[in-house]
Ligand binder design. Sequence first.
Ligand SMILES: [Zn+2]
Length: 91
Amino acid sequence: MAGKMKASVLHKKQDLRMEEVAKPKINDNEVLVEIKSNGICGSDLHFYEKGELGPFKVEKPYIPGHESSGVISEKVNSNSVSKIFLTDFFY
Ligand SMILES: [Zn+2]
């Protein structure tokens, strides 16, 4: 479960960097999705261009993107997550 992965990290406006980050740790009732494709939406563009969107400001590094697809790459407990299987496609 431990390890690293690559991610685009937005540090502040117009400062997006490809970095190695810690791979998320998952709980018994969660799965890990290896992202294969990620859309860029209007909110991502605002955060990149202006560093903010309405009341939300980029105040610490974060990984943008919330319109993704990928495959299930890890799950811990087969009983808790019984209808999702490794390599299932998720979108
Ligand atoms: Zn969106």
